[in-house]
Design a protein around this ligand. Structure first.
Ligand code: SF4
Length: 96
């Protein structure tokens, strides 16, 4: 049996790669940052049952916190405005 956390990290990495590709984005080429975000998402998924953004504070209200399940409701606007999301996870390649 594999490590359940490591497995979840791999699932998240695969999802994030596919998701970013499908939008014409990339993951941050700084692997240290990318790995930290993936670890945080995985930890939140294990602990709290959802892939909550590791860069934002949960309110504890499940309805409200739906907004910060990755990909959060803010990321498209953030990529348009800044070229990357708050966690520096998804990037518009033109910004790099
Ligand atoms: S800022 Fe949004 S899109 Fe970026 S990692 Fe956090 S939840 Fe995901």
């Amino acid at each position: 049996m594999g490590d359940p956390v490591a497995e979840t990290e791999e699932e998240i990495r695969s999802w994030a790669l596919e998701y970013s590709r499908s939008h014409g984005w990339v993951l941050n080429p700084d692997e240290k940052q990318t790995n930290a975000v993936i670890k945080g998402l995985s930890r939140n998924s294990e602990k709290h049952g959802e892939r909550y953004c590791p860069c934002r504070i949960r309110s504890g209200d499940k309805e409200k916190d739906k907004a910060i399940i990755c990909p959060c409701v803010y990321h498209v606007h953030e990529l348009e405005q800044a070229g990357h999301c708050t966690c520096n996870f998804f990037y518009d390649p033109e910004y790099l």
